[in-house]
Design a protein around this ligand. Structure first.
Ligand SMILES: Cc1ncc(COP(=O)(O)O)c(C=O)c1O
Length: 449
């Protein structure tokens, strides 16, 4: 039987971090590397639906859902049941040793639901591993050298991941030399357009620059792939304008560049479509998934066109735990839940859009309110006119929310974006409660400037 905690909240018993959480943070300092940053100083001991409970008894409303992982909230019974059923039959065998039904069923399902005509999959342990393998597969396919990605993007923390991004602190600092033959380009970050243009009169001039970049003498005819996120997640929930990805895909097709769609954060309903790229008329060549694919156990996958996925030599890909029976069995249920949650994303979007835009009108510090579906956030600035990033304010608001019982994440390329990741299954009442806490924190922190 699955235990139900019937958590209700938010409910603050002792101002967080309470004494037990403080003690846990002390142990963390002593026994865990300082290289692992912990955003909110609590020890969480129970999670259920949209709630978290810490060891001091505080209950929080969770708008981070494990960094955009649990699109259907914590511990949905369907996924728990699938894990338990599977663990009673087969725990692990390794897909490189023998095949098993959950792996095959998940591969078939990914081929059915992924955008475009994608056929074959490789199932792995994490998003980073999905990106690593996507690039290896693309290289095996066209044998070209250069990798192109966006400076404000995020594709994980491996050497390839940090080579594909431009954010130095904290991701790349001290870890060089990074991988060669990576060309970083500017994203369609309309709020901070590097060409000082405005959509639609810009005519997507930023895409023309990418066309120029791949035609430069060093790169010409030697670009293997473009790695992109339909909406940049860690970069600060940056959604490019209509027409942008169609234009970029055309550039990729014209130059024989494999278009790798990183759906690790945008996937499984977060943007209001099953995959973020569904907001544009684009068929990717490879799709990388992770996070909400499994709803709580480590997973990643690459799904792609038959001819590309068939390029790597026999036995050249694999991983000991990749696509474990338990993760795959849960993922099959998680996909069903993601499909079921899609209509609720429309409610989340309309409630958040209205509220976030009101804040943009009302507060000088809210420079931009943006996003698709349930992937929305606000960008904080010192002044609207000059748009200087207000990173400290973003962090202060995040901590203020924490003290009031709301988990929200602060990030973005300039560390000044409050990003909302409510579970896609949240009720309107709880969504309003969370937004009310955030509004209160905004008022207090902005007044205190
Ligand atoms: C878009 C994107 N790609 C890749 C990754 C890396 O995934 P993982 O942390 O599972 O390795 C993340 C994680 O945040 C992500 O958001």
């Amino acid at each position: 039987m699955t235990k139900s905690w019937r958590l209700k909240g938010p409910r603050i018993m002792v101002e967080p971090p309470g004494p037990k959480s403080k003690a846990a943070m002390k142990r963390k300092e002593e026994f865990v590397t300082g290289g692992l940053g912990v955003g909110l100083p609590a020890e969480i001991d129970v999670a259920e639906g949209p709630f978290l409970r810490d060891v001091d008894g505080n209950v929080y409303l969770d708008f981070t859902v494990g960094l955009g992982v649990l699109n259907s909230g914590h511990r949905p019974k369907e996924v728990l049941r699938a894990w338990k059923h599977q663990i009673d039959r087969l725990d692990h065998i390794c897909a490189m040793v023998s095949m098993y039904e959950p792996y095959l069923r998940l591969a078939e399902e990914l081929s059915r639901i992924c955008p475009g005509s994608l056929k074959k999959s490789l199932i792995l342990n994490s998003g980073s591993e999905a990106i690593e393998n996507s690039v290896k597969i693309a290289r095996a396919y066209n044998k070209k050298r250069w990798l192109v990605s966006y400076a404000t993007g995020y594709h994980g923390r491996t050497y390839l991941g940090i080579s594909l991004m431009g954010k130095e602190k904290p991701f790349r600092e001290g870890f060089g030399p990074l991988l060669p033959n990576v060309k970083l380009v500017d994203f369609a970050y309309c709020y901070r357009c590097h060409l000082s243009l405005e959509y639609p009169s810009c005519g997507l001039a930023c895409a023309d620059l990418i066309e120029k970049a791949v035609a430069a003498p060093e790169l010409k005819d030697d670009v293997c792939c473009l790695v992109m996120e339909p909406v940049e997640g860690a970069g600060g929930f940056i959604n490019p304008p209509p027409g942008y990805w169609e234009r970029i895909k055309q550039i990729c097709d014209d130059n024989g560049i494999v278009f790798i769609d990183d759906e690790i954060q945008t996937g499984f309903g977060r943007t209001g479509k099953l995959f973020g790229i569904g907001h544009w008329k684009v068929e990717p060549d490879l799709v990388a998934t992770g996070k909400s694919l499994s709803m709580g156990l480590p997973i990643g996958a690459v799904t792609g066109k038959d001819e590309i996925m068939s390029a790597p030599a026999s036995a050249s890909l694999g991983s000991t735990y990749g696509g474990s029976p338990i993760c795959c069995a849960g993922a099959l249920e998680a996909i069903k839940l993601a499909k079921r949650a899609l209509p609720n994303v429309r409610m989340i979007h309309s409630v958040e859009k209205k509220r976030l835009n009101e804040w943009k009108e009302r507060f000088e510090a809210v420079g931009d309110a943006r996003g698709l579906g349930a992937m929305m956030g606000i960008e904080l600035v010192k002044t609207k006119k000059r748009k200087e990033p207000a990173a400290k304010l973003s962090r202060d608001i995040q901590l203020n929310c924490f003290r009031k019982g709301l988990y929200v994440s602060s990030g973005g390329y300039f560390n000044n974006v409050l990003r909302l990741h409510p579970p896609l299954t949240i009720t309107k009442r709880l969504l309003e409660t969370g937004l009310g806490i955030l509004e209160n924190a905004l008022e207090e922190e902005i007044k205190g400037l």
